[in-house]
Design a protein around this ligand. Structure first.
Ligand SMILES: Nc1ncnc2c1ncn2[C@@H]1O[C@H](COP(=O)(O)OP(=O)(O)OP(=O)(O)O)[C@@H](O)[C@H]1O
Ligand SMILES: [Mg+2]
Length: 249
């Protein structure tokens, strides 16, 4: 079982869109995939289940060991794609993690899944908390959407420094560009010099596209909604890079 996360300390940069699209593409590659929406706002549910978002369950029973993680999983939202929806109680995840398990809670929670699941995808809230630290620790790779602006490049540098300081493994951080607008000089400039600006090449450059916005309204991954779009092509490129990271190196 491999574990990946989509994370950025910046809000609204395309983490959830990428997590959902990657989860769908992985499931279509015949990988038993589990997407876990760790954000109490629960955006993943809307991208996956449209008008009738799947309801999450309160977290305390899971953390207290009263319910196994399997009971929180909605199986086969799409074939091969399982889903743990968010719940507003995820707001307290941090405090609970400390109280119930100490340092390795998330790892312990995920362990029972390893027999049936090939890929776990964690969709993270835009916070830098104890939960995030555990996510950064437990994940094999962490994919970071970066909008090609100075502020976003700055938070990418800050994230690298944080991961270095905490010794969580800076090599597991992998950037990709998100919400790219090629009409803007700055975006084009940053894209052309990605390795210089980011310290390593970006895996993909997802354009700012109305098709991606529509994912929330229609409740479908982009590969279902608009497979011919440029953005869908970039999400496929991202997934191809992730596969290489996880299985071919
Ligand atoms: N490539 C894109 N083009 C256009 N709109 C996008 C794109 N990616 C994301 N969006 C839109 O931007 C908003 C934020 O996207 P998303 O929820 O994926 O970001 P996020 O980083 O997960 O946000 P949060 O930090 O709140 O969890 C959504 O309304 C989404 O539809
Ligand atoms: Mg999100």
């Amino acid at each position: 079982m491999r574990i990946i996360a989509f994370y950025s300390p910046k809000g609204g940069v395309g983490k959830t869109a990428a997590a959902v699209n990657t989860a769908y593409l992985a499931s279509r590659d015949n990988l038993r995939t589990l997407l876990w929406d760790l954000d109490p706002q629960g955006a993943s549910s809307f991208y996956l289940a449209g008008a009738e978002p799947v309801k999450g369950r309160k977290l305390s029973k899971l953390l207290e060991g009263k319910s196994p993680i399997a009971r929180f999983i909605h199986e086969d939202v799409y074939p091969n794609l399982d889903f743990i929806p968010a719940h507003s109680s995820f707001r307290n995840f941090d405090i609970k993690l400390e109280q119930e398990h100490g340092g390795s809670a998330l790892k312990d929670l995920l362990a029972p899944l390893s027999e049936d699941t090939s890929l776990v995808i964690l969709d993270c809230p835009p916070t830098l908390s104890r939960l995030t630290e555990q996510v950064l620790d437990v994940a094999d790779m962490v994919y970071v959407p970066v909008v090609p602006t100075w502020l976003s490049l700055n938070s990418w540098d800050q994230l690298k420094q944080f991961v270095k300081d905490k010794k969580l493994g800076v090599k597991k951080l992998r950037p990709f560009f998100s919400m790219v607008d090629r009409r803007k000089n700055l975006h084009r400039d940053v894209l052309a010099r990605d390795a210089e600006k980011l310290g390593l090449p970006a895996l993909a450059a997802v354009p700012y596209a109305s098709a991606v916005e529509r994912m929330g309204e229609e409740g479908q991954p982009l590969e279902v909604l608009a497979p011919g779009s440029l953005a869908a092509g970039e999400f496929r490129k991202l997934w191809s890079g992730i596969k290489t990271d996880l299985w071919s190196r």
